[in-house]
Design a binder for this molecule. Structure first.
Ligand SMILES: Cc1ncc(COP(=O)(O)O)c(C=O)c1O
Length: 356
């Protein structure tokens, strides 16, 4: 009988669905026990069937980064009825698509400037239902977001007064370990906004690395983990999980052994991606701590060891990539398996390449 590894061509992205289920359940149980809601970010899996598992486990809706990602997920699953887009939507084309999407599902978005609010307001002013718009706050990541609670309150007032919009709350994407900063910023912003006579219906935070400390910021009402569903080498290296929790691996074949201490696999930057995520090397070869993937070209991955690798052409290896989310964006299909269904079945990654 064909083994699991033989049944697929390589390189292939394979997903252990038992681990996916366990990863979803673990965080949902923690959220339920701590009293906050879960709104997973779909950028990691981009698969309606995994979203369905997250919603069935208790998630209240999904997070998407782009309008086109949200469109793909809504089209892919009737269970997706509540979507938060955590991105400033700018430009007439995207705004038109946002309006169309808002007619289909319960939609909310974020904004961190008057310019973004003005664009949203112009697009939604004639709509039957106002668009829930949250203020994005920078609690230490230095990406998007207003930088001070007073600025959050000022933008909340602007949203509340804008035709076509309703103030939806506060959103942040903090750096790992940012719970105290989130608590301080959001508590102050909430108090200022309430003093203006507005309510703050949602305070949403996110991030897998310190998600099991989310309860240390009790002001947060919902949490948006993304990578937790698969995990990856970056999370193992930060101590957030173990190799046994990594549901996504890249199956690769050794295609060349030019020297005793060097071998080449058929997974290069077009599969593993060149995302180092602050690490050294491009992935972890399961069961082979001695090997380092130290160099990639598009279709070649170079593995080196301090001694003979013992590898031969045709050997198959499984690699935990540095960053799972970018790997799923590289392939049309991933292959799912579980103890119950050991033969891998293909699933189309419907929200891959959705950058608009
Ligand atoms: C706005 C936002 N929320 C949530 C997440 C999920 O983060 P993680 O994958 O660390 O769980 C991300 C990740 O990029 C994000 O940008």
């Amino acid at each position: 009988m064909e083994t699991f590894a033989e049944s697929l061509d390589t390189p292939s992205v394979v997903i252990d669905m038992d681990l996916v289920r366990a990863n979803i359940r673990r965080f949902q149980a923690y959220a339920d026990a701590s009293g906050f809601k879960v709104r997973p970010h779909i950028k990691t899996h981009k698969l309606p069937l995994v979203t369905d598992m997250q919603l069935a486990a208790g998630a209240i809706g999904i997070t998407c980064q782009k309008v086109s990602e949200a469109e793909a997920m809504v089209a892919g699953s009737p269970a997706v009825t509540d979507v938060l887009i955590t991105y400033n939507i700018v430009g007439a084309k995207k705004l038109a698509r946002l309006v169309a999407l808002a007619r289909k599902v319960r939609l909310s978005v974020v904004a961190d400037s008057a310019d973004v609010v003005d664009g949203l307001s112009a697009a939604f002013a004639g709509e039957a239902s106002p668009l829930a718009t949250l203020v994005e706050c920078d609690t230490g990541a230095n990406r998007c977001g207003v930088g001070a609670p007073e600025d959050a309150a000022a933008l909340a007032r602007k949203i509340a007064a804008a035709p076509g919009l309703v103030f939806g709350g506060l959103m942040t994407y903090p750096p790992a370990g940012g719970e105290a900063a989130v608590q301080a910023f959001m508590s102050e912003a909430k108090a200022l906004i309430e003093a203006d006579g507005l309510t703050v219906p949602v305070i949403t935070s996110g991030g897998t690395p310190t998600m099991m400390r989310a309860a240390e910021a009790p002001v947060v009402t919902e949490y948006r983990p993304g990578t937790y569903v698969y995990n990856d080498r970056s999370l193992v290296m930060r101590g957030a999980c173990g190799w046994d929790d990594c549901a996504l691996t890249v199956l690769a074949t050794v295609v060349s052994v030019p020297a005793d201490d060097r071998a080449i696999i058929d997974a290069g930057s077009k599969t593993l991606t060149s995302d180092l995520f602050g690490l050294t090397g491009y992935g972890h070869v399961l069961g082979r701590d001695d090997l380092a993937i130290d160099q990639l070209s598009e279709e070649h991955g170079r593995m080196v060891s301090t001694g003979p690798t013992g590898l031969k052409v045709g050997d198959r290896l499984r690699i935990v990539p540095n960053h799972a989310c970018v790997v799923t964006n590289m392939v049309d299909e991933v292959y799912l398996y579980s103890a119950e269904e050991p033969t891998p079945r293909a699933a189309q990654v419907v929200a891959r390449g959705r950058i608009w």
